[in-house]
Every structure is written in C-alpha cells, then in structure tokens.
Design a protein around this ligand. Structure first.
Ligand code: PAF
Length: 282
C-alpha cells in the first residue's frame, strides 16, 4: 500500500491505473477506524481492481465551535487497517494541499441540505460535497462507498453525482453497530461511561417506532412522540438535536408513512453528537 499525500500524486497514480484498464473504488473517510469503516473497505475491495482509501479530516465541513481540533486521529493504526483490507493507496493530504488560501469554489445541494443535520450544521454538507467531488475528480473512481449511518450525506452525494453527471457509482453499506445496537462512530470516544451506558437507547427508541409502524401506526407525529417518550424515560442525559420522518430520497418531511419513510435523528450525549436512522415500513 502506498501512502500518498498530494493531490498530484493521487491523480497520477489513478491516471496510470485507468490507462492500464483497471477499475478503481474509492472509500472516503476521516480516519480513526472502527468496524464500520472496515466494512466500507471490504466492499470497496470487492468492487474494483484498485482501491483508494482517503483519510482527511476535512476542515470545511466543520462549523465554528465544532470538533475539528478534537476529532480523534491515529494515522499509524488506521494505515495498518487500510493495508489489512487491501487498499492500494491511502491518501492522506494536508489541508493546504486540498484548499488554497483563497479557495473560492463550493459545491452545494441546498434542497437536500436544508433539513436534518443541515439545520444545526449549516456549512457541513457544502464542505462534504466539495471535498467528495474533489476526490471523485482526482481518482476518476468507478465506484465510491459510503455508510448508511450518514443517510443524509449519501442522499446528497447521490443527488450531486446525478445532477453533475459525475461518472461514479455510489454504493452504501449498512450501519455498523456495537453488540448493544449503538451505531459505530469515531465520535463515540467522546462519551463518559455514564453517557455510553444510555447511548443504545437511541437505537431502541427507533426500533420502537419501527415496531409501531409494522403494527399499523402511520402518523409520523405519533411515531415521533413514541420515540421521544422512550427517550424521556431511558435517555435522560440525551439532548435532542432533531428527530424527523422524511422521504428517504428527497429528505422532505412526511406526515404519514404510506410509502418509503426514514426516521432519522441526531442526539447529543455530553460532547458527542450521535446520528442514527431507521427505515419504517407501513
Ligand atoms: O463521512 C465522512 O467521514 C466524511 O463526511 C467524508 C465523506 C469522508 C467527507 O469528508
């Protein structure tokens, strides 16, 4: 596995692979790997002859006061994991090589970024789209792999790719979970033991909504109330950022769940802001 640190080196390597007729998969990450990242790499490895894993804590997707400086990092361990999963390149750029001091070009999908995480993180998806499009352009990847935990992110990237005719296929992998159901996240390390003990209730609340939906409840408001009730009882340390029922592709809020519906949430537990989501079936 090569570790490359400049966009020029990455572009040159990928150009050579493409000239030799080899297909490329891309797994964009911010590092501090857990089993969820490993499943993305496994999928990426199976999908193409060459795999690029990018590891970049992208500063433009963090707003003022967010955890850019505190974001956990462990390059040595991450490199060993990427190597174990068969990455051909681990791309670890410095921020200055990705963003000129007078960087002025942004990619946005405002229609899909206005709800859910976009409400409390107004610049987040602009930063994500911009860096992900840069990675698509540098690698010319045939396929790129994202996780379902960041449902809104993958929906926005799919729309960006469709709208800009980017010739890359987007694949998503199911959310990796701890045995108690907590969604794996690099940010889980921010929690105290007390917060961590309550964190699985996020998922249990969503599962409660799914059970009610399966039993025939179709009102988004009532399903939402049921989850909030569960959390009020079992997740007293949690502070709600949002809990919404939306269409899985358009991300528009739904009043009822006659067809495809996604319940998505962000909950703060101490310093951690935790995301999860579940598809509801009527
Ligand atoms: O999901 C992430 O880790 C990041 O948002 C991504 C896609 C690597 C872009 O920085």
């Amino acid at each position: 596995m090569q570790i490359l640190s400049t966009p020029q080196e990455l572009a040159a390597q990928c150009r050579a692979w493409r000239a030799a007729g080899e297909s490329i998969s891309l797994v964009p990450t911010m590092g501090y790997y857990h089993a969820g990242h490993e499943s993305l790499m496994e999928r990426g490895r199976a999908l193409a002859q060459r795999m690029v894993v990018s590891l970049f804590v992208n500063p433009t997707q963090f707003g003022p006061g967010e955890d850019l400086a505190a974001y956990p990092r462990d390059l040595e361990r991450d490199a060993a994991i990427a190597r174990k999963h068969g990455a051909d390149v681990l791309f670890v750029p410095e921020p200055q090589s990705m963003y000129a001091p007078d960087h002025a070009t942004w990619v946005e999908v405002p229609e899909l970024a206005k709800n859910l995480c976009g409400l409390s993180r107004p610049v987040h998806f602009r930063g994500v789209c911009t860096v992900v499009l840069k990675l698509f352009l540098l690698t010319g990847a045939d396929v790129a792999v994202f996780g379902e935990k960041d449902w809104q992110q993958q929906a926005i990237i799919r729309r960006m790719v469709r709208d800009l005719n980017v010739p890359v296929r987007i694949e998503t992998c199911p959310t990796g979970r701890e045995t108690d159901g907590l969604a794996l996240s690099s940010r889980n390390v921010y929690m105290t033991p007390e917060e961590r003990a309550q964190a699985p209730e996020i998922r249990r609340g969503l599962l409660h909504a799914r059970t009610l939906a399966e039993k025939g409840e179709t009102s988004a408001a009532l399903l939402r109330e049921a989850v909030l009730g569960h959390w009020a009882e079992h997740l007293p340390l949690g502070r709600l950022d949002y809990l919404s029922v939306v269409h899985p592709e358009s991300l528009e809020p739904l009043e009822g769940i006659a067809g495809p519906a996604l319940m998505a949430c962000a909950v703060r537990l101490g310093k951690a802001r935790l995301l999860d989501n579940i598809l509801l079936h009527p």
